[in-house]
Design a protein around this ligand. Structure first.
Ligand code: KG4
Ligand code: ZN
Length: 336
C-alpha cells in the first residue's frame, strides 16, 4: 500500500494545525492557527479554552491545508492525527476530525505519537537524513535523549527526572514576570545578559544521560527574590542568561556524551525548545568539535505543527499501524 500523500492534524496543546505532505518529506501545505493571544491573557495554557479554540479553528485550518496543497480528499492516501500525549480535550478535537475525514473519504487513519512527530521533523528539514542517529527531544513536556535505530524504532537513553526543559523555561519566565509563552521570552532576555553572572547549580544524576532542572529552578527563585529586595548585584537579563546556560549546558553535554558512547555519527535536535538560540549554537559547536554531524530543523519545524505528524505517519506505513474508527485520544501515550 502506498501512502504517498498524507493529510495530518495536530491539536495536542495550543496550536490547531493541519498539513499535507508527500513522501514524508515534501511539504505541500502547513497551516497553523496559534492560540497564543488568548492564553496570554491567563499567563499559560487553559485546557478548556484550548479545546474550544480547536473546535472553532479546526474546519478552516483543514480546509486551508487542502486548498494550499491544491488537493481534494480523493487525492489523499491517508489521514494522520496526533492521538497523544497532550491535553485530552484538545487531542479529541483532532482525533474526531481525522476519524470523520477518514470515514467520509474511505482512507486509512494513522495515529501518531506527538514526540515521534517532533523527531520526524528532521526528515523534512534534511532530505538525506536516515536512521540511525541520536535525537535530543526538548519540548514543553519532554526532555529525552533517544537513539533512533530505524524509522519508528526508538530506544530511550536518558530523560528528565523532574521538569522538562520547556517547562523549566516557562516556570522561570513566570518567576521573572515575563509574558506567556515563557520560553521564547526568556531566550530573548537572556541574549542581553551575562551567562556567567550567577553560579547556578548543575544537577548530578545517577543515570549518566538523565537531567534534573528542579534545583536550578529553586536557585533562580532565590536570585529573583534577592534582586527584588535590592540585595543582589545582578539584573533580570543576567539571571535569564545564567538560567538559560544552566539548562542548555547539561542538555548539550549529555547528548554529545551519549553520541560518543553509542558511536552515533549524527545528532538531531527536536521539540519546541530546539528554537532556543543558545541550544542550537552550543549543540552545533559541541558536535563539530567531536566530529559528529549535527542536524537542526528550521524554527517553523521545531514548534508544534502538522507537517511533522504527516512525516511520522508516512514512515509508519510499513508497520500497518492503521487505526480503527474507535481510535481514542491517549493523553499519556507511550513511545517506548
Ligand atoms: O514542542 P512544543 O511546541 O510543545 C510541546 O510539545 O510541549 O514546545 C513548547 C515548549 C514551551 O515550553 C516553550 O516555552 C518552549 O518550547 N520554547 C522555548 C523556545 N521556544 C519555545 N524554550 C526556550 N527557548 C525558546 N526559544
Ligand atoms: Zn510539541
Amino acid at each position: 500500500m502506498s501512502w504517498k500523500r498524507i493529510l495530518a492534524i495536530e491539536t495536542s496543546c495550543d496550536e490547531t494545525a493541519a498539513a499535507v505532505v508527500e513522501d514524508g518529506r515534501r511539504v505541500l501545505s502547513n497551516v497553523i492557527a496559534s492560540q497564543i493571544d488568548v492564553h496570554t491573557l491567563y499567563g499559560g495554557v487553559v485546557p478548556e479554552i484550548a479545546s474550544r479554540q480547536h473546535v472553532e479553528a479546526i474546519n478552516w485550518v483543514v480546509d486551508r491545508a487542502l486548498e494550499e496543497a491544491d488537493t481534494g480528499l480523493s487525492e489523499l492516501d491517508a489521514v494522520a492525527v496526533t492521538s497523544g500525549p497532550g491535553l485530552v480535550g484538545a487531542l479529541l478535537v483532532g482525533v474526531n476530525t481525522a476519524k470523520a475525514l477518514a470515514y467520509a473519504a474511505g482512507l486509512p487513519l494513522i495515529p501518531v505519537h506527538h514526540i515521534e512527530g517532533h523527531i520526524c521533523a528532521n526528515y523534512i528539514a534534511h532530505d538525506a537524513l536516515e536512521p540511525p542517529f541520536l535525537c535530543l527531544v526538548a519540548s514543553g513536556g519532554h526532555s529525552h535523549i533517544i537513539h533512533v535505530a530505524g524509522y519508528c524504532e526508538y530506544r530511550l537513553l536518558g530523560q528528565t527526572l523532574d521538569d522538562a526543559a520547556g517547562e523549566a523555561f516557562d516556570k522561570a519566565a513566570r518567576v521573572l514576570g515575563l509574558p506567556y509563552p515563557g520560553g521564547p521570552a526568556l531566550d530573548s532576555l537572556a541574549e542581553k545578559g551575562n551567562p556567567a553572572a550567577i553560579p547556578l547549580p548543575r544537577a548530578k544524576t545517577e543515570g549518566r544521560y538523565d537531567f534534573s532542572f528542579s534545583g536550578v529552578k529553586t536557585s533562580l527563585v532565590n536570585q529573583v527574590q534577592k534582586m527584588r529586595r535590592g540585595t543582589g548585584e545582578v539584573s533580570a537579563e543576567d539571571i535569564a542568561a545564567s538560567f538559560r546556560m544552566a539548562v542548555v549546558q547539561p542538555l548539550v553535554e549529555k547528548t554529545v556524551l551519549a553520541a560518543m558512547e553509542t558511536q552515533a555519527n549524527t545528532v538531531a535536535l527536536a521539540g519546541g525548545v530546539a528554537s532556543n538560540r543558545l541550544l542550537r549554537d552550543m549543540l552545533r559547536d559541541a558536535a563539530l568539535v567531536k566530529g559528529i554531524r549535527c542536524v537542526i530543523p528550521p524554527l517553523w519545524l521545531c514548534t508544534d505543527n502538522a507537517a511533522m505528524i504527516a512525516s511520522a505517519a508516512y514512515h509508519r506505513r510499513s508497520l500497518e499501524k492503521q487505526a480503527a474508527l474507535t481510535l481514542n485520544a491517549d493523553p499519556n501515550m507511550q513511545l517506548f
